[in-house]
Design a protein around this ligand. Sequence first.
Ligand SMILES: Nc1ncnc2c1ncn2[C@@H]1O[C@H](COP(=O)(O)OP(=O)(O)OP(=O)(O)O)[C@@H](O)[C@H]1O
Length: 299
Amino acid sequence: MNLIECTQLSKNYSGKNVLNQVNISLKAGAPIALVGPNGAGKTTLFSIICGYISASSGSVKILGESPNSAKLRGRLSALPQDAQLDPDITIISQLMLFAQLQGLSKAAAKHEAMRVLELVDLAQVVHEKPKSLSHGMGKRVSIAQALIGTPDVVLLDEPTAGLDPANAKKVREIVRQQSASSTFIISSHNLDELEKLCDQVIYLENGSLKQSLSIQSKQNVEYLTLVMTETDMQALTNEVSSFEGVINVTTSTDKQMIIEYSHQHGFQLETQLLTLFAQHQWQYKSILKGRTLEDTLFS
Ligand SMILES: Nc1ncnc2c1ncn2[C@@H]1O[C@H](COP(=O)(O)OP(=O)(O)OP(=O)(O)O)[C@@H](O)[C@H]1O
């Protein structure tokens, strides 16, 4: 059974189409990225999946159930972009309340609240109130709340927006660790971050599904992304284009080159490149197997 299945899903606000016949099939497993420009409809899609708002037409099934079905209790959780904890109620009380709302006894709720706080490395703030926490710590507590009951699906809307690098890294680690037991769907504008975490990528634009792709997918065609420093890029392009198996070479002004080549040529290309660099004394900054998510989506 698919984790989430959207069929011909549309949403209108006062005649304005913000989701337009979207078809999506998502399977459980590695985190899934939801990307798209501002106003593309990402939050609207999340809100429909969570049952906060209803679709104008089409259908959504989560684990085979309709949004808001009692059978989804404890199996789907979400961290909305603007989620706020009550600033004046202790963290343990708030997390226990959410655990009890899932049907846990008081003792089990306390145990679960402690468990999820430990997962986000914040057991030490259990008796504090959210108003005494930094923004990053508050976000991690909200993620802890979303992890209560180990849901099958966790929707995170912009989980690292506005966080300092250390807290953002911590959030990524939490997602990575918890991905063994929950499937995360992450809406974000941070493509570098999504690239590190996710396999499948859903790209929405103007309410329509423009792309659904797997970053890791093995195809006959492979990519190498080179970032060069001291190099004659035109000469490099000419040399690389003549290598056997190279299908296409594109360069950008920032000394980045993307080489598209046939899968069969494997390591041969890397060996040729390094020999070429040595011959010409060309310096590289990085050689990346594959393409960045940005290049995959927008090239
Ligand atoms: N309650 C509402 N009433 C009217 N229009 C709305 C409402 N909520 C959202 N919209 C419109 O729907 C469109 C999609 O909004 P949505 O918030 O889903 O986009 P998004 O992809 O999440 O954007 P962002 O990346 O900026 O968060 C926007 O044009 C927005 O103005």
